[in-house]
Write a protein that binds this ligand. Structure first.
Ligand code: LHQ
Length: 263
């Protein structure tokens, strides 16, 4: 299948999906969301695919929502960010969690905002030494979405999750590994080879047993994912109506430091 923003390749029963907007660190557009939804839907049904790898082209994994794409008011009408999450991002997160095959994120560079939480929605994260992760929503006046309010405290505990989400600080690969956010950190030039080794190994294992294990983990530790995604969308809608969100996004586009007013 040929996509505009995604490269899809299958080798040794491993489907590799590469986010492909390298000039903007693979920032997410509507097209990318639709293509991801489509590719994951096909992968779910395709018995020849027994493991998935998600990675990014170029020096970034994914910089989250493309802040230059479709968020401005048109004819005085603002698009609803809550709806954007419900119809664009949430189906992707739900599919990553529901697909009964292992999903590995090969984090090749910065994973930020929605990009960070897409990585956290995967089962296992392999990372290169120059990878980094940032829950930087707060830096544009937003709250973590894409399931981050669940995945982050689940992986690192509440205190560290609060620190990462409240500050938006970027953490390097070694720190992310120490916190349990990245399973393994490897030299950049070996990331895809090492990821493929693990993926091929998992693809040769009893896929049904792995799928059922994933189903059980989902039920045990994230049974309310749908409600979490919906709640995040409601909260993001509120946050997106604040002066700080307007300032944060304007400052990003104008390449300057934002001046937040706290409301
Ligand atoms: C970008 C982006 C980007 C556009 C880098 N957009 N161009 C959901 C629903 C609806 C609304 C809002 O949000 C959400 C969820 C979210 O994901 S919110 C979070 C959105 N993402 C961000 O706020 C991240 C913005 N990017 C950054 O802060 C930096 O680019 C990071 C820290 C990711 C990387 O910094 P650097 O390594 O210094 O790279 P850079 O800033 O120079 O970026 C390279 C290029 O990519 C640059 O373009 P240029 O033309 O100057 O070379 C950036 O403008 C572009 N880019 N992220 N999200």
């Amino acid at each position: 299948m040929a996509y505009e923003t995604l490269i899809s390749e299958t080798t040794d029963s491993v489907l590799t999906l590469t986010l492909n907007r390298p000039d903007v660190l693979n920032a997410v557009t509507d097209t990318m969301l639709h293509e991801l939804q489509d590719a994951l839907k096909i992968a779910e049904r395709d018995t020849a695919v027994r493991c998935l790898v998600l990675t990014g082209a170029g020096r970034g994994f994914c910089a989250g929502q493309d802040l230059n794409a479709g968020l401005a008011a048109v004819d005085g009408k603002r698009p609803s960010i809550g709806d954007h999450l419900r119809h664009g991002y949430s189906p992707v997160i739900r599919r990553l969690r529901a697909i009964e095959k292992p999903v590995i994120a090969a984090v090749n560079g910065i994973a930020a905002g929605a990009g960070a939480n897409i990585a956290l929605a995967c089962d296992i994260r392999m990372a290169s030494e120059n990878a980094a992760l940032a829950e930087l929503f707060v830096k544009i006046g937003l709250v973590p979405d894409c399931g981050g309010t669940l995945f982050l405290p689940l992986l690192v505990g509440y205190g560290k999750a609060a620190e990462l989400a409240f500050t938006g600080d970027r953490i390097g690969a070694a720190e992310a590994h120490r916190l349990g956010l990245f399973n393994h950190v490897v030299p950049a030039d070996t990331l895809m080879e090492r990821t493929h080794e693990l993926a091929a190994r998992l693809a040769a294992m009893p896929t049904k047993a792995i799928g059922l294990t994933k189903r059980a983990f989902n039920r045990a530790v994230m049974p309310d994912l749908d409600a979490v995604l919906d709640y995040e969308a409601n909260l993001q809608e509120i946050a997106s109506r604040t002066a700080d969100y307007a300032e944060g996004t304007a400052a990003f586009r104008e390449k300057r430091t934002p001046q937040f007013v706290g409301k």
